[in-house]
Design a protein around this ligand. Structure first.
Ligand SMILES: [Zn+2]
Length: 280
């Protein structure tokens, strides 16, 4: 008995094992430059899959719950959405997504390895952010309609259906597409809404103001040209953060190269998204 008590006492004062070093969050510029250095990654290609594998590793390292949602790209093969989930005690949901594919022939540094870089940088910071709602970070597939020939952004369509099946109408506050956030700051926030909705565009613009990320809302022409479109078409709130008034002259062309990425632009996009995820 005495020996047992001594053993317990010894245990009680034994030093706690040193905590494992916190993993260093992925750097947006490094991830964006790496992915776009591989060359064009059209929907359903091996390079798109390679970029998705990289994002899956980033999500796993960040200890998110990772899911892969596969879907067909008619005439091209198969693509997927890679989803990293952080559950919180809250039931509300926020989605930050970026498309992984590029147009054929385009290395897609700004369009849209930039968005992937920011999503990767968010993943490693997510627990420290203490999000005010559940979060899905998503590397979508098959966005580029110029390549797929589909009327819809196919990954976003599958993702919006999944969100709807998971109580999206009740839970989803907004789905934000990061698309061309790697240069030409200040940004535009775009959506097909008639005017900014307080809980969608209003919340995102306010987050930008709080962290000093300059952004103005500009209504989409028609239904929109990024992954937020499919959410809106299903009656779920969506918006896109992306290139501002200067546009993207290298969109869908071989000149959209990693050397054009501006680290400041990437950091400002990440800060806005992080602040919007943190909000209560
Ligand atoms: Zn794009």
């Amino acid at each position: 008995m005495r020996a047992l008590l001594v053993a317990i006492a010894t245990l009680a004062v034994a030093p706690a094992p040193a905590p494992a070093a916190a993993p260093i969050p992925a750097d947006a510029l490094r991830v964006a430059a790496k992915i776009s250095s591989w060359g064009p990654r059209p929907a359903a290609s091996e390079r798109e899959a390679r970029a998705h594998r990289l994002m899956r590793r980033v999500f796993r390292r960040a200890e998110l719950r990772v899911g892969v949602q596969e879907f067909a790209v008619p005439g091209r093969g198969r693509s997927r959405n890679v989803i990293g989930v952080l559950d919180t005690p809250r039931t509300c949901l926020r989605i930050v997504m970026a498309h992984t594919d590029s147009a054929a022939g385009a290395p897609g540094a700004n369009d849209n390895a930039s968005g992937l870089g920011v999503v990767a940088a968010l993943a490693g910071r997510l627990r420290r952010i203490h999000p005010g709602c559940d979060v899905w970070l998503v590397a979508t597939g098959a966005e580029e309609r110029v390549y797929t020939g589909s009327p819809d952004h196919l990954g976003a369509l599958a993702l919006a259906r999944r969100a709807r099946a998971h109580g999206g109408r009740r839970r989803l506050q907004w789905a934000l597409s990061l698309d061309e956030v790697g240069r030409d700051y200040p940004f535009w926030l775009r959506s097909p809404a008639g005017s900014p909705r307080p809980s969608v565009e209003g919340a995102l613009l306010a987050a930008g103001r709080r962290v000093g990320t300059a952004v103005s809302w500009v209504r989409d022409e028609s239904t929109g040209n990024s992954d937020h479109r499919e959410f809106e078409l299903l009656g779920l709130p969506g918006a896109k953060l992306g290139v501002g008034a200067g546009g993207e002259p290298c969109r869908h062309t071989p000149c959209d190269r990693p050397s054009r990425l501006d680290p400041t632009s990437l950091v400002l996009a990440r800060k806005l998204a992080a602040e919007a995820l943190r909000a209560r």
